[in-house]
Design a protein around this ligand. Structure first.
Ligand code: C5P
Length: 229
């Protein structure tokens, strides 16, 4: 299952397709997030699926259970491989998300639903002082992952630093906050290199700027694959 997912944080599909040109033949797993989705909408996701791309649609749903249920039903119709909601929405919300995905699935193919535990840009300090959640990020990530498991989900988004906890509790871990040793952390706080993520047992790594902002994105992608897969 180990794979590298490229976070396609571009502002338009023109930019995305320019970026993807040199990747022909490699067929990387792509993450479409809010920036691109809110500009191009579901049509872009359909286009990428028609091109044979594997897609993680990262829209991080967080609303009342009924709204999330209905939204997930529509997301399911896109046939993406992975999508997500925030574990902070609670167990009932996650259960409804899962139900919506099941109801909307096409050809019996169910999208993998994962729950965002704590953003990789969140540190202990931010969590304690701004979100008013006491304790360590690790413990909160584990508690949220156990809630996700109770709701019937099979995986979570967390940092690679918590991947071993996910292994312990039998959850798939999709881990952003990946940087090469010589990269800038940018706004990320809980970061790991692709090889360290592998050592910690991450199932998937999500890599954005370390590939998209590299002088040679294909070489950076291949370096991730070599280190992680
Ligand atoms: O550029 P970078 O590698 O930091 O991009 C990370 C990507 O993963 C971004 O698209 C961001 O939205 C997403 N993400 C994250 N932390 C989470 C969940 C998603 O960084 N917990």
């Amino acid at each position: 299952m180990n794979d590298v997912i490229i976070a396609c944080d571009f502002s338009s599909q023109e930019e995305l397709f320019t970026f993807l040109k040199p990747f022909q033949g490699l067929n990387p797993f792509l993450k479409v997030g809010m920036e691109l989705y809110y500009k191009e909408g579901p049509q872009l996701v359909k286009k990428l699926k028609d091109m044979g791309c594997k897609i993680f649609l990262d829209l991080k749903l967080h609303d009342i259970p009924t709204t999330v249920h209905k939204a997930m039903k529509n997301i399911a119709s896109l046939g993406v491989e992975i999508t997500n909601c925030h574990a902070a929405g609670g167990i009932l919300m996650m259960q409804e998300a899962k139900k919506g995905l099941k109801e909307g699935s096409i050809d019996g193919k169910e999208t993998l639903l994962i729950a965002v535990t704590q953003l990789t840009s969140t540190s202990d300090e931010i969590m304690n002082n701004e979100l008013l959640i006491p304790g360590h990020v690790n413990d909160v990530v584990k508690a949220y992952a156990l809630n996700a498991k109770k709701a019937g989900l099979e995986g979570v988004v967390c940092s690679a630093l918590e991947a071993s906890i996910m292994k312990e509790i039998g959850m798939i871990s999709v881990t952003p906050g990946i940087r090469f040793a010589d990269d800038s952390k940018d706004d990320q706080k809980r970061v790991a290199t692709p090889s360290y993520a592998k050592e910690l047992g991450a199932s998937y790594i999500v890599v954005g700027r370390s590939i998209t902002a590299a002088t040679d994105p294909v070489a950076a992608y291949k370096r991730c694959v070599k280190e992680f897969c």
